[in-house]
Design a protein. Structure first.
Length: 113
């Protein structure tokens, strides 16, 4: 359904340390992928990436059509752009965009595969 939380992403300086921290804190399971990985939680899928120490979590809201939703963001005075379009990643994880609303607050959009 459009507008529901669908994915979250954590930025960290050290993937291994962060995975250990959140695994011990919440019991989350991690699967390493490159310099980051996949996070498995009981309720919401997530990701984690390195080289982003101190970053605020990224939250992504579900949309049925990413291109149409981005157009609407711009129409309403916000900004945003699609993140890298890797076909293999898109088929597994979906498509993502990082946006800001008309007052500069950050959020993300996620079109599920």
């Amino acid at each position: 359904m459009s507008g529901e939380l669908s994915f979250f992403e954590l930025g960290t300086g050290d993937y291994e340390k962060a995975a250990a921290f959140y695994s011990d804190l919440f019991g989350w399971e991690f699967e390493a992928m490159g310099s980051g990985g996949r996070i498995r939680t009981p309720a919401l899928p997530g990701g984690i990436h390195g080289d982003d120490a101190g970053a605020s979590p990224y939250v992504f809201f579900a949309v049925d059509d990413l291109d149409r939703a981005l157009g609407k963001v711009h129409e309403l005075g916000g900004s945003g752009e699609s993140m890298g379009e890797d076909p293999d990643a898109a088929s597994e994880f979906g498509r993502f965009a990082l946006c800001k609303d008309d007052q500069g607050s950050s959020f993300g959009l996620h079109e599920k595969p």
